[in-house]
Ligand binder design. Sequence first.
Ligand code: ATP
Length: 459
Amino acid sequence: MSALLSSAPLRNPAPVLRFAPSPTGLIHVGNARTALLNALIARRAGGTFILRFDDTDAARSRAEYADAIAADLAWLGIAPDVTVRQSDRIADYAAAAERLKAMGRLYPAYETEEELDLKRGLQRARGLPPVYDRAALALLPEDRTRLEAEGRRPHWRFRLDHRVVAWDDGVRGPQQVDTATLSDPVLVRADGSFLYTLPSVVDDLALGVTQVIRGEDHVTNTAVQIEIFEALGGPVPGFAHHNLLTLPSGEGLSKRLGHLSLSALREAGQEALAVAALSVLVGTSHAVEPVDSLDALAAMVDLSAISRAPARFDPADLDALTARTLHLMPFAAAAARLQAAGIESEEAFWLAVRANLARFEDAQGWWEIVATPQAGVIADADRAFLSEAAGLLPAEPWDGGTWKTWTAGVKAATGRSGRGLFHPLRLALTGRETGPELAALLPLMGRARAEGRLKGAVA
Ligand SMILES: Nc1ncnc2c1ncn2[C@@H]1O[C@H](COP(=O)(O)OP(=O)(O)OP(=O)(O)O)[C@@H](O)[C@H]1O
C-alpha cells in the first residue's frame, strides 16, 4: 500500500462517546437515558464508550457515589471501555487555562457574589438582561494589584467571541446561540478549582470524543464550549441534546433528592432491560416495547425520533414492562441468575414458567413446586377422583405430550371434563389456582412427585 493511501483519513472513524455524571448522588432514570443513548450508539457502531466522572467539585463529589454509578451501569449491562476521573486530570486543565490566558481569552475578575448580585439586580430594574458587564476587562494592572492587596483573589472568566455559534444538533436540528447574550462564563473559581465547563472540553479533546449526547439542560453550555473547543484548536465534536425525563407529576428529577434512582428500581425487583427500554424509548415517537437484549434496544435508538418536550417517567408503567421483559427473556440471559438463586434448572423449566412471572424472584416459587416436596391442595369431594387419576399416570419417560395423553385417559375413565377435570388436578399438583401450562410442568415434576401429591402426600 502506498504511503499516501495508508495515511488517508478514515472516512468513517469509529465514534467515541461518553457519559459524564457528577458523582454527587445516585443516578436516576434521566441519567440512565443519557448513559444508554451514548453507550448503545457506541455499541452499535463498534465505537468506544467512556465513563467520565465529573468530580472536580470536591465538596459534593464522593467516591462511593462513583462506585454506585459504575455498579448501576453494570446492572443496566453497560461496561465502559474507558473510565476516567476528572480529579486525576487537574494538571491538564491548568495547562489549558494557561493557554487561554496567554491568548487573552481567560481574564481575572474580582467581584464578590454580593457585588455580582447587586449588578444583576440593577440590570433587571432597568429592564436589561442580567449579563456580566465585563467590568473586569477594563481593569488596569495597578487596579489588580490594589484589589489583590485588599486580599481579593480573582476568579477567571472566558472572554466569549460575541458571535452566533451554530451547530446541527442530532436531536434538535440546526441551532444558533448568540454568545453576546451570555455572561462570560467563570471557568476557574477564586480558590483555583475548575467549574465543569473547561475540564469537559479538555477531556473531550484528549479522549477524542466525536459525539456528545446529553440532556437539553446543556444547550447553552454547548455554545460556550464550542467557542472553547475552537480556542483550544478543536476539533469540535457533534452535539445532540435530548429531552429530560421528569417524575409523573412533571417535577424535574434530582440526584440529590434520590428521585427514581436505578438502585431503588433494582431493589424493587424491576428488570434492568425494562428500566433501560423505558428510559430510552419514553418521550420518543417509538412505542415503548420490551426487548430481549441491549443489542435489540440499540437497534431501536434513533436520535431524530426523540421529542422536544420533557417526558414523564411513570414507575407504574415499569411493572408491566418488567413482566413482559421476563416473558421474552431467553434462558441464556436467565441462567446465571437462576443459579445464583439456587435454582439448578434446565432450559425447560425457564421456558415453562417465564410467562407467569411478574418479577424474576417469582421463579423461586415455581422451582419449589417443581423440585421440592410440597403438599397439593385437595378438596374432600375430589379425593377419590384424584386417587383414580394417580393410578392412570403413565410410565416414564415423560415429555410435553404426557399431560394430554394422561388427562384424556382420566377423562375417559372418570367422565369428568373441563374445569371439573383440570382444576382439581392443577390444585393437587401445584397447590395453586393458576400457573404455567401443566403440560410443561408435569415432566419437570416427574412421576413419583405427581403421584404422591395426587394421593395427598407431601411429595
Ligand atoms: N432529568 C433528566 N433527564 C434526562 N437526562 C438528564 C436528566 N438530568 C440529568 N440528565 C443528564 O445526565 C447527564 C449527567 O448529568 P449530571 O451528573 O450533571 O446529572 P444531574 O442529574 O443533572 O446532576 P445534579 O442534580 O447533580 O446536577 C447529563 O448529560 C445530563 O444532561
